[in-house]
Design a protein around this ligand. Structure first.
Ligand code: ATR
Length: 286
């Protein structure tokens, strides 16, 4: 009789996600789905690594023959100096979420969060051109930074950043140093929404267990695309409000799914597809 378990061999490709904690990560489920779908001889595992052991663990994984790893909180910044080579976008975002161990032993760092953000919008709202008007970006943390860099690369004309702690937004804008970025007030002045073509929440507000995002979209053009990087719940209050008034909306789950593609492609050799079935699988309990 058939043993319903796929075993590994000496040639299986290995990858995983390093973080502390890592048990909440959806990445093993996501990569596991793609490995099965494409019939790939490989495995992707959760790798709980305490921050103090991060450097040793990274070297060990390389020495164990891993193809690469994703890196999550709080190790995205720690990974930067451990890489022999950084992609341009990783350098500009200032964090690494995708590490590849090259055949020659070199450690290559990339950041695919901004890619995931844009690809999600492209797939879920293909007819919407969000570049002509200003984008309003809420938040000034790591996620905001990835979104800003990606939008600038998309040729967006203007970005308004609003953040509770004004100084953080000022510092971020100064660091990215692009004349298209302007810091505006938090809470938002309605005038800053009046001509916007894109609104993005990159704060943790609206996530389960977090406070609500207080925002009034009145005055926002009905054509403006509204998106949230929060995906628990899938439809946040921000998205519900936007939907109700007729704006196109894109939820945050797709960003998580798309940001995983470049790593999967490099480690396992296939650029995998993001489908409705995958969304359902990732959301369903284990
Ligand atoms: P990430 O790397 O995921 O972006 P982060 O760096 O902790 O996380 O950033 C969290 C963002 O959510 C910040 O913009 C933060 O605002 P502050 O810079 O003022 O802290 C925002 N945020 C979190 N809780 C908030 C709250 N209760 N009210 C307003 N903004 C909040």
């Amino acid at each position: 009789s058939r043993i319903p378990y796929r075993t590994l061999s000496g040639t299986s490709r290995l990858a995983g996600v390093m973080g502390w904690p890592v048990s909440h990560s959806k990445s093993p489920r996501l990569h596991g789905y793609w490995l099965a779908k494409y019939g790939i001889d490989g495995s992707y595992m959760p790798l709980p690594v305490e921050p103090k052991n991060f450097q040793d663990a990274l070297k060990s994984l390389r020495n164990l023959g891993f193809s690469g790893v994703n890196v999550t909180i709080p190790q995205k910044e720690m990974a930067m100096p451990e890489c022999d080579e950084l992609s341009d976008r990783a350098r500009r975002i200032g964090a690494v979420n995708t590490v590849t161990f090259a055949k020659d032993g070199r450690v290559l760092g990339d950041n695919t969060d901004g890619f995931g953000f844009i690809e999600n919008l492209r797939q879920e709202a293909p007819d919407i051109d969000f570049a002509p008007g200003p984008a309003v970006v809420l938040g000034a943390g790591g996620a905001s930074r990835a979104v800003l860099v990606a939008l600038l690369d998309e040729g967006i004309l203007e970005i308004r950043i609003a953040n509770r702690t004004r100084k953080r937004a000022d510092d971020l804008a100064a660091e990215i140093n692009d004349p298209r970025i302007k810091v505006v007030n938090w809470p938002l002045d309605p005038a800053d929404l009046a001509d916007a073509s894109l609104v993005v929440n990159t704060t943790s507000l609206g996530m389960v267990g977090q406070p609500k995002l207080e925002i009034d979209l009145e005055g926002l053009p009905k054509t403006a695309l509204v998106t949230d990087i929060v995906y628990v719940p899938l439809i946040t209050d921000l998205l519900a409000q936007a939907k109700k008034r007729g704006n196109p909306v894109v939820d945050g789950l797709g960003m998580l799914l798309h940001q995983a593609r470049p790593g999967f492609h490099r480690w396992f050799g296939i650029d995998p597809e993001v489908t409705p079935e995958l969304r359902e699988f990732v959301l369903s309990p284990d």
